[in-house]
Design a protein around this ligand. Structure first.
Ligand SMILES: *Cc1c(COP(=O)(O)O)cnc(C)c1O
Length: 360
């Protein structure tokens, strides 16, 4: 018999567009500057027995991360990347048909996508032209907003969201909403973290990950940090064994003091390369604007961005086109790679400019 699967799938998923991950989009590249990964692999090996199930919430990682972040161990839950944290918070707190999540484009796509998959409604308030929150418009929302996702530093714009505004929202929405601050890139600018605010406000959750500055995107390990009450609820609903044993072993090592020192070195290096790349981009006639970044990527507005993106792609340099995102026409996000990768990019861009003299 022929089963019509389209009739079985949940209605809200029939026309659903999945997350366009960098790996998904692919490309025949040599220089991958499209997924905000660290360009060089860490050399962490492990040796484990795999016949037993892993510890559901591995104490070792929790203790080590709590110590890195200067919080108590009861404030931390480990998840399969911070993407799983984004999702389980919606699972735990949003009622289908009734509750909304709120987010502020242009920003990371997974807040909306996770809500969509779970059939939760969403609403957005565009960021101001300086990429800060539009508090006046946010205040006017009269929907049942349960969760508010703020990415800081924001992906893909690279800026930190003003702490004053975050506090305003936390206070305005203290009776009805949880505020989630996605700090995936905060290790590049730790002084800007709002983590300590969890001790003052009960409706605040911070998301962290080992995927970016820790150089472990392939590991899939992230954290949600909040007060004990919220963390206990999340622990109740997370999958039984979310963190595979090899992941636990590698995460443990990546969080020892030696590797934390290496992390600081990596961050310094990326910042140095970022400065070098920006200095060179500034000299190029086709660069319209470079947005300030506190992260391992920069957002750049180009003249002829599509042609530049395609040319670099044909040369094996893969960047992330952001043109289809709200207010990001002609913008490309460039991950900061190694010094050598920055040099190749600069060289190819200059070559493109030399070969193509367009008239405005
Ligand atoms: C990369 C990224 C994540 C995903 O992190 P994982 O821990 O790899 O799931 C979350 N939020 C933002 C803003 C990111 O850029």
């Amino acid at each position: 018999m022929n089963t019509n699967i389209k009739k079985l799938i949940r209605k809200n998923l029939i026309n659903f567009t999945p997350y366009q991950s960098a790996r998904h989009i692919g490309g025949n590249g040599k220089v991958f500057l499209n997924a905000n990964e660290y360009p060089i692999s860490t050399k962490i090996s492990y040796d484990v027995n795999l016949n037993r199930y892993p510890e559901p919430q591995p104490k070792s990682i929790i203790n080590l991360y709590a110590s890195y972040a200067s919080v108590k161990k009861d404030n931390v839950i480990v998840t399969r990347g911070s993407d799983e944290s984004i999702e389980i918070i919606i699972k735990a707190f949003c009622n289908p048909e009734k509750d909304y999540i709120l987010y502020f484009p242009p920003t990371y796509d997974m807040y909306k996508i996770s809500a969509e998959i779970m059939g939760i409604k969403y609403i957005s308030v565009p960021k101001l032209s300086n990429w800060q929150l539009n508090i006046d418009d946010i205040k006017k929302i009269n929907k049942n907003v349960k969760l508010i996702y703020i990415c800081s530093p924001n992906n893909p714009t690279g800026n930190i969201i003003n702490v004053k505004d975050i506090i305003k929202l936390v206070e305005i929405f203290s009776k009805k909403s949880l505020i989630i601050i996605d700090e995936a890139y905060i290790d590049f600018c730790l002084e800007s973290s709002v983590l300590s605010l969890i001790n003052k406000y009960k409706n605040l959750i911070i998301l962290r990950t080992l995927s970016k500055a820790f150089a472990l995107a392939g590991l899939r390990c992230g954290f949600a940090i909040s007060n004990i009450e919220i963390i206990s609820i999340l622990k109740k609903i997370i999958a039984p064994y979310p963190i595979p044993t090899p992941v636990i072993k590698i995460a443990e090592k990546s969080l020892n003091s030696e590797n934390i020192l290496l992390l600081k070195k990596r961050v310094k290096k990326i910042k140095k390369n970022r400065k070098f790349l920006i200095q060179n981009l500034k000299k190029m006639s086709y660069v319209k604007k470079i947005f300030d970044s506190s992260t391992n990527y920069i957002l750049v507005k180009f003249y002829y961005s599509k042609k530049i993106f395609e040319y670099l792609c044909s040369q094996g340099i893969i960047l992330r086109d952001q043109s289809d995102k709200l207010n990001l026409k002609n913008c490309i996000r460039i991950t900061i790679g190694t010094y050598k990768e920055c040099c190749i990019l600069i060289k190819k861009l200059n070559l493109f400019i030399k070969k193509n003299i367009f008239r405005d």
